[in-house]
Ligand binder design. Structure first.
Ligand code: ATP
Ligand code: MG
Length: 432
C-alpha cells in the first residue's frame, strides 16, 4: 500500500458526521448558512462572489505592511508567469477591488455580503486555523452612524436567530479621524518608550511604525503596561464623539447592550471611527466571533474616489463551534423514504423514486443501490432512520403495486403504484 497523504495542517475537512477532530457537521454549517442567507435577504443585501487569489500588492496596501497578516500570515507564491499572488487572508480588500474594477461604488451606495474560505499561516488551535471561513458584509457610500447601527442590529438579530444572545457581548470603540489618531499616536509612543523593556519583540518593532497595534498585543506583560497607557478616547475629535453618540443612541433605543472598550483597535490598518467586536467567553481564548468597523480611507488607498465604507466579518468556524457547544441537539440528516427492490426491479425503483421527488419535494428519498438480500436491504433502511421503506419485490412487480412499510410503527400496506404519491401525500402530512 502506498503512504497516505493527509490534509494540510490547519486546513479542515467538514464532514457529514461528527468526529473528535471535526466536531461540527456539514448539516450544522448548512443550517447556519441558510439563516445567514435569509438574514441578508431580509435586510436587502446582495451577494458578491470574489476570487480566492488576488495580486499580492492588494493585501499589502489594504491591510498594511506592519500587521500580523502581512508580516507573517499570508500564503504568497509566484505563479508560473512569475506574478506574486496571495490566497486571500480576508474579504474586504478583494471586495473593494471588485467594486472599483466594476464601478459598483460610483455615485451609488452598496450593501454587499460574501462568504468563503480565507487563508492565514497561523499556529492552528481551537478556533484558529490556516484555512477558515468568513461571512462578511461590506457597505459603501454611507457616512453616518445609521448604517453602522444597521449592521450591529443585523448581527444582534443573527445571534437571536441562532440562540446565542446570552453568550455574546458587544464591544465598541471609536478610533477617531486621522488627526486625533495622530495626536494620540504621539502620546502613546511617549508613554511606551518609558516602558520599552517590558514590551515583547513585536511590540518593540511596532512602537514607531504602528504603535496602535501594540494595544492589540496578547502578551500579558505588554497588557500590564497598557493598563496605565493614555486612552484614545481622551484625544477623540468632536465629530467622532458625536458620531459615536448617535450610534449608541440607536443601540440604546433598540435595547442592544454594549461595552465601550478603549483598547479595541482591531488587527488591520484600515479602520477609522467606529470599530466593534462581538465576543464570547464560551470558546476559550479565540473569543471574537464577529469583528467590524468603518474604513473610509480604504477605497482611496486602493485607487478609487473617496468613498465611505463600513463592514464586518464573522469567523464561521468559531460561530458553528459556539452553536455546537451550546446545542447538543443533532440536526437531522436522516432519510425519510428508503426504496428496497428485488434485483430485477432496481430500475423500476429508481423511476418510482424520480416520480415521488416530483411531488414530495421536501422529503429525502434514497433508493437502495449495490444489491444484497431483501433482509440486508431492510436492515440498511432501518439504519438510515427512514420513516418509510417502499418495497418492490417480485409480487409487487407482477401486480404493479408497491408495499409501504412504516418502519417505526411496524405497519404495512400494499397499494397500486399509481396511488402511491397520493397516499404518501395524505399520510406524511401537508409539509410534503
Ligand atoms: P484574532 O484577533 O482572533 O486573530 P483577527 O483580528 O485577526 O482575529 P479579523 O481579521 O478581524 O480577525 O477576522 C474576522 C474574524 O475572522 C475574527 O473575528 C475571527 O472570528 C475570524 N478569524 C480570524 N482569523 C482566524 C483564523 N485563523 N481561524 C479561524 N477564524 C479566524
Ligand atoms: Mg489574527
Amino acid at each position: 500500500m502506498s503512504a497516505r497523504i493527509n490534509a494540510v495542517t490547519g486546513m479542515n475537512d467538514i464532514l457529514p458526521i461528527a468526529t473528535k477532530n471535526n466536531p461540527v457537521t456539514t448539516a450544522r454549517w448548512q443550517a447556519v448558512e441558510k439563516i445567514l442567507r435569509q438574514l441578508m435577504h431580509q435586510y436587502g443585501y446582495c451577494e458578491i462572489r470574489l476570487p480566492i487569489v488576488e495580486n499580492t500588492p492588494l493585501f499589502k496596501r489594504a491591510i498594511g505592511e506592519v500587521t500580523d497578516i502581512v508580516e507573517k500570515e499570508m500564503y504568497t507564491f509566484d505563479d508560473k508567469g512569475g506574478h506574486s499572488l496571495t490566497l486571500r487572508p480576508e474579504g474586504t480588500a478583494g471586495c473593494v477591488r471588485a467594486c472599483l474594477e466594476h464601478g459598483l461604488t460610483y455615485n451609488q451606495t452598496q450593501r454587499l455580503w460574501y462568504t468563503g474560505a480565507m487563508f492565514r499561516h497561523e499556529r492552528p488551535q481551537k478556533g484558529r486555523y490556516r484555512q477558515f471561513h468568513q461571512f462578511g458584509v461590506e457597505t459603501f457610500g454611507m457616512t453616518g452612524a445609521d448604517i453602522e447601527a444597521e449592521l450591529i442590529l443585523m448581527t444582534a438579530r443573527l445571534w437571536q436567530l441562532l440562540g446565542l444572545t446570552d453568550v455574546v457581548s458587544l464591544e465598541l470603540n471609536s478610533l477617531g479621524e486621522k488627526e486625533s489618531r495622530q495626536a494620540y499616536r504621539a502620546a502613546l509612543i511617549r508613554y511606551l518608550e518609558q516602558h520599552v523593556e517590558q514590551l515583547d519583540d513585536d511590540s518593540k518593532r511596532r512602537l514607531h511604525t504602528n504603535p496602535l497595534r501594540v494595544l492589540d498585543s496578547k502578551d500579558p506583560k505588554v497588557q500590564a503596561v497598557l493598563v496605565n497607557a493614555p486612552q484614545l478616547f481622551d484625544y477623540l475629535d468632536e465629530e467622532s464623539r458625536t458620531h459615536q453618540q448617535k450610534l449608541t443612541a440607536v443601540l440604546d433605543a433598540a435595547g442592544v447592550s454594549y461595552t465601550l472598550n478603549p483598547r479595541l483597535v482591531r488587527g488591520l490598518d484600515y479602520y477609522n471611527k467606529t470599530v466593534f467586536e462581538w465576543v464570547t467567553t464560551a470558546l476559550g481564548s479565540q473569543g471574537t466571533v464577529c469583528a467590524g468597523g468603518r474604513y473610509d480611507g480604504l477605497v482611496t488607498q486602493l485607487g478609487g474616489q473617496a468613498t465611505p465604507a463600513v463592514g464586518f466579518a464573522i469567523g464561521l468556524e468559531r460561530l458553528v463551534l459556539l452553536i455546537d457547544t451550546l446545542q447538543q441537539d443533532k440536526i437531522s440528516t436522516e432519510t425519510d423514504i428508503y426504496l428496497v427492490a428485488d434485483e430485477n426491479a432496481v430500475s423500476q425503483a429508481l423511476l418510482v423514486a424520480e416520480t415521488l421527488r416530483n411531488t414530495l419535494t421536501k422529503y429525502r428519498i434514497l433508493t437502495h443501490c449495490g444489491g444484497g438480500s431483501f433482509k440486508s436491504q431492510m436492515k440498511k433502511a432501518d439504519k438510515t432512520g427512514a420513516i418509510i421503506a417502499l418495497i418492490l419485490g417480485q409480487d409487487e412487480i407482477a401486480q404493479q403495486t408497491v408495499t409501504v412499510k412504516w418502519l417505526q410503527k411496524g405497519e404495512q400496506v400494499t397499494l397500486p403504484q399509481t396511488e402511491l404519491s397520493d397516499y404518501l401525500h395524505s399520510t406524511l402530512g401537508a409539509s410534503a
